[in-house]
Structures are given as C-alpha cells and as structure tokens.
Ligand binder design. Structure first.
Ligand code: ADP
Ligand code: MG
Length: 627
C-alpha cells in the first residue's frame, strides 16, 4: 500500500500554529509589544483601529533588524533569543519560541518596516497570508514598525467569532495595561481610532499605576518591599477600604512578565484576612523577582500561568510581606467623609451591609438659601434638580432636614436609603461649585475635536472628556433607577426577539430583575430566545442587542465568582454602551447639559471605570506658560 503521510506545507502549519498564538486582536498586541520590549525600545507606540480588527500597529525605537533578519523573522521557529535548550532556563526575554510573527503573518496582512542604527536606510516587507508580496529599501527611523491589518482575513470563521469592538478593545486595553505596568521605564502611547487614549511617560512604578488608573489611585496604594534570598518583592497593595467586588486590579508580575496565580493570590487574600468584607477583593500591583532558573514558563504560548520550584516558600514570604506593609502603614478601614466622600460611598445599598459612616454635617447649611447658593444660573440649577426629580420627586427645602435625620438613624438593612444617595449627590454638586471651581454665571462651552468640552470657571478653565463624563452621568442614573426600582420604560411596537446561547441565557436570567428595574420588560426568556417588549427610555431599540451582548461579555469577562455586584456591572456596561462617544459632535445646549449633569453627579471626578473625567487649568498655570 502507498505511503499516505505528508509534511504539511509551511503556510498550512503556520495557520494551525496561529490558532494557538492568535486568538483575538489582543493576542497580536501582546506579541508585538513584547517584541518591541525585547528589542530594547524605550518608546513604544500602539495604534489600534476598530478594536484591532482592522489594524494593530506597534512602532518602537529598539534595535531594529538587518534585511536578512527582517525576512527570517517571519519563518517559524526563527528567533534571535535562544540558541539552545539550556537557554530556556536563563530567559531574560519575553519571546523565545519564534512563532509569533510567523503565525500572525499566516492570518493577516503584515507590513514591517525596520532599520538598525548603523544603517542609513531600512527595509520594508509586506506579507499576506504567509506569502511575501514585496521587500524593499525604505527610509525609516531606527527601530521597528509592524502593522497587522485585517486579522483573520483568510479565516472568516475566526473573524466572525470575534466579539463586538467594545469587548475586543477591552481585551486589547487589558493587554496594554499588563505590559505597561510591567515596564514603567518604557514610555507607551496608545491611539485608538485616531485619538490618543493613553500617554504614559517614563516614570516610577507608582506614577505608572496612577497614570493608568487615575489620580485617585495614588492615595489607595500601600508600598510593599521585601528582599530575601529567594525572592524580591516590590510594588503596592490597595488599602482594604478600596477593595472591589471584582478582581479587576490584581496584577502579579514575575521577572517583568504578567502572570496569574490562584495560589499566590490566596497568599495576599490571607494577608488581608479580617480587613475585607466577604466577597471583596483587594487590589495589588506586585513585582516578584526570582532566579529565572527557579521558574518554568515554557508552557502554552498564550497562557499566563507559571510554575515555581518552591511555591510554599513564595507563599509564606508574600503573605508576610503584605501583612507587614498593612501593619506598618497602620491600615484600618476608615469611612470618613472629611477625607474623601467620593471614594467611600458604596452604591449598592440594597445589596451591601453598610456601617453608618461618621458624617459631620453643617446643619445650618441650606442649598436653597440665596446666600449660600452657588453661583449657577437658575436654569442650570433646575436642571440639576430635575435630573433627580424623575426618581424622587422634587425636593423642597423643607425636605432637607428630613434627609439629615435619615442619615443619622441606623439604616443598614433598609432599601430606602435613597435619601443618602440624594444627599450626597447634592453635597457633591455644591462642593464642586464652591470656591475655586465656581462656575461663572455666563459660562460658555465649546467642543474640542469632538472629544472634549471646554468651559470657563472662575479660576481658569475646565476640560471635560465627553465620553467619560457621559458614562458617569448615565451610570449614576442607572444605579439610581435600579436601587429605587423606578426605571421608566417605553413600550416597543413589535416585540424584539434576540437569540443567545444557553450560557448567555443563564446570564440574562441572572440579571433579569436588575434589567427590569432599569426599564426593560421581558415577555419571554427561554432556552435560547429572549423576547423584549419594553426598553428603558433613552435606550434606542437598535442598541438593545448591543447592550445585552456587551453586558453578557462583561459578566463573563470580569467576574469569575458569584459574589459580584450585578447592578454595578449592569450600570457600568449600559453606561458604556449608551454614552456619547468620542467623535460625536454636540450642540451648545447638549454640551451645557452634559456639563451640568456631570457636576450634579455624586462622583463627577472619575468615570465609572475610574478614569479622570475632567481637568482644570488655572489662570495662574496659563500665565506661567506665557512667561
Ligand atoms: P520570538 O519573539 O519568540 O523570538 P517572534 O516571531 O515574535 O519570535 O519574532 C521573531 C524574531 O524577530 C525575534 O527573535 C527578533 O529577532 C525579531 N523581531 C521581532 N520583532 C522585533 C522588533 N520589534 N525589533 C527587533 N527585532 C524584532
Ligand atoms: Mg516575540
């Protein structure tokens, strides 16, 4: 009988390998960023279009490649990083398999430009589905640019399998965070659809964390430093009072590589024992430096797990180090409005057991009293109140005494703690308009690059990120609706039928009650079909399926355990889907409305994802620039 075994042609083998290495645009981001770091770059630019589906480009100022290496780099198992098996145990680079570029080139259109410092000109190479289309000499700066276009162009099934842009972008940003956090000594810039989303200068670790997660993170961080023979730990843990319901901000890096380790995570959780409420997760950003010989990372290319020789010792040292830091910095849960009212107030009154905060209230304060009224025009004023009145009815000044009383009484189990939310909202509103930030009677707004809204304030100017600001506004609105269960819904002319997988239906069922509180009306949910007859006002019918898809994926993506706050996630997710996006032009009155709504929020300073919503620039600062 004839022989039947054949060697697969390279491009087929590469396509198969690509299935392992490249699952989604974020995988490409990871591989390209890591190559740039391995090339010794100190400035790295990431450019994303359509969540990476159309373009992922990484430009670095690293050492570049010779013309021959440029061609070779796309061959499978072509690497400059190891020469023999022994090198595997002394890894100082991210890459070593020599698979990434070959795999990526098998399933996308790739354009490489690269130049070494010693050469005057560089080389450019175009490869489409493993076939070299062209190689030319080109004038280009020292370093390398790899542009990956039309991912999965030749595998439609994989392309269709990709999630919505929002979800894919989330993965891309997660990957970007991981790499950027591991390398504060490299400057990173990320552009998404033409606008800059991150600009992270070279800095120390604390600054890098703050630059990514927002200014407020700074005060949450407790340093951890431990230097032992087997392990060097540096980094930060989040103070217990800032613990989260989701595991979002938990980062371990081993020798500058992001890893996941349930075991080490447990070490930290146990160091926090007694300091956290059940179901809450502490944040951490920890770098572990170990002897490369004592770890084994030679497993699956996309896996973030790692094997340590002596896990028990690491566990003990890590736990002790974190405990020590928490003790040393005298961390005890504090709820004190004086310190920072924005950060301490949990939203989910109906789900959370809340200990009554110590509040110092100025009882003589009356916001409707002219003398203490902030300098806001009456129309603005009424628009603040009207944003609350849908849920709560307009509060006359005499209601205010009642609000204070509500705050005094113990109100742990009550669902009707809404008065607190209201009270804080108003208080926050006032404080932002006080003193320095006082808004002029005749303030005008204008829109910059369809992205920012600029307005005058007494001390100078205010610049608001429209997308983040609107998310904040919507987020608080949805939370209020859900907490008060008073979302208003609009009836659909024809019921909307949406198909989902059984797993996704499970999630819909889980969130159904909360969705109903926002104004959704479900006439039927069976094994794979959801029928909707009503949606919240302001939610266009065309957005419904996107919102649900986003929501389901957020739940899948974000929340591994059952202790999550469905309401919070739902509100965040819907706010994200529905907010005015960057690039959308706004009328004058829309701009003003957004500004006013933002400052009527309980926590106007940050978006639901904890990113800065606005910055101010004082006349003094401007003056300095004109010296
Ligand atoms: P690996 O990173 O595992 O070696 P890759 O397929 O990612 O494999 O890259 C193959 C080779 O191409 C690398 O070993 C390196 O020599 C070269 N290379 C890739 N990206 C860059 C870059 N940005 N700058 C310089 N050389 C690079
Ligand atoms: Mg690589």
């Amino acid at each position: 009988m004839a022989d039947i075994i054949q060697l697969l042609p390279d491009h087929v083998a590469n396509q198969i390998a690509a299935g392992e290495v490249v699952q989604r645009p974020a995988s490409v981001v990871k591989e390209l960023l890591e190559n740039a770091i391995d090339a010794g770059a100190d400035t790295i630019k990431l450019i994303i279009k359509d969540a990476g589906k159309t373009l992922v480009q990484v430009i670095d100022n690293g050492k570049g490649m010779s013309p021959t290496d440029a061609r070779l780099s796309f061959e499978r198992h072509a690497t400059s990083k190891i020469k023999s098996a022994e090198d595997l145990f002394q890894l100082h680079t991210k890459g070593f398999r020599g698979e990434a570029l070959a795999s990526i080139a098998a399933i996308a259109h790739v354009e490489l430009k690269t130049k070494q410092a010693s050469n005057d000109v560089g080389n450019t190479l175009v490869i489409e589905g493993s076939h070299v289309v062209s190689q030319d000499v080109v004038v280009t700066p020292t370093g390398t640019s790899v542009a990956v276009k039309n991912l999965f162009f030749n595998i439609p099934a994989r392309r269709n399998f990709l999630k919505s842009d929002t979800v894919e972008l989330r993965h891309v940003v997660d990957e970007f965070y991981r790499v950027a956090l591991a390398h504060p000594s490299i400057s990173f810039v990320m552009y998404n659809n033409g606008s800059e989303s991150f600009n992270l200068p070279i800095s120390n670790y604390r600054q890098r964390i703050v630059n990514i997660f927002g200014n407020k993170t700074n005060e949450k961080l407790v340093p951890v430093d431990e230097d032992t023979e087997v392990l060097k730990i540096s980094g930060f843990v989040g103070k217990p009072e800032f613990a989260k319901k989701s595991r979002g901000e938990q980062y371990f890096f081993v020798n500058d590589r992001f890893i996941k380790s349930a075991y080490l995570n447990h070490a930290i959780a146990s160091a926090f024992e007694g300091l956290l409420k059940p179901g809450m997760h502490a944040s951490y950003f920890l770098n572990l430096q170990v002897d490369p010989q004592s770890i084994d990372i030679n497993i699956h290319p996309t896996k973030t797990e790692i094997k340590f020789d002596d896990e028990h010792t690491l566990y003990a040292i890590l736990r002790a180090a974190v405990k020590h830091s928490l003790g040393q910095f005298n961390i005890a849960p504090v709820l004190d409005f004086e310190r920072d009212p924005n950060l301490d107030t949990p939203y989910n009154y109906k789900e959370t057991v809340i200990s009554t905060p110590k509040v110092e209230v100025d009882r003589s304060f009356n916001p409707f009293n002219d003398a203490s009224q902030p300098a806001v025009s009456s129309t603005q004023r009424s628009s603040h109140t009207s944003s609350f009145s849908r849920q709560e009815g307009h509060k006359s000044s005499s209601d205010w005494e009642g609000l204070y009383v509500g705050l005094e009484s113990k109100s742990n189990e009550s669902e009707a703690d809404f008065s607190e939310v209201e009270f804080e909202s108003e208080e926050e509103t006032l404080s932002i308009f006080n003193g320095d930030h006082q808004v002029e009677q005749t303030h005008t707004t204008y829109q910059l690059h369809n992205k920012y809204i600029v307005s005058t304030i007494k001390s100078g100017m205010l610049i608001i990120d429209q997308f983040r600001a609107h998310q904040r506004v919507l987020y608080e609105e949805f939370l209020r609706n859900m907490t008060s269960r008073e979302g208003v819904s609009q009836q659909l002319l024809f019921p909307l039928q949406l198909h989902f997988s059984p797993q996704d239906i499970d999630i819909v069922n889980q969130l159904k009650a909360d969705l109903e509180h926002t104004g959704f009306v479900f006439s039927n949910v069976d094994e794979e079909l959801v029928e909707i007859t009503g949606v919240p006002v302001n939610v266009p019918e065309s957005e419904v399926s996107i919102i649900l898809e986003q929501l389901i994926s957020d739940v899948e993506h974000e929340v591994p355990d059952s202790n999550f706050s469905a309401t919070d996630l739902l509100a965040k997710s819907m706010a994200k889907s529905l907010a005015i996006k960057t690039g959308q032009s706004l009328q004058k009155d829309e701009q003003e409305h957004l500004v006013n709504k933002l400052f009527a929020c309980k926590d106007p300073n940050v978006s639901p994802a904890n990113r800065v919503t606005f910055v101010t620039m004082s006349v003094d600062e401007l003056d300095k620039k004109f010296i």
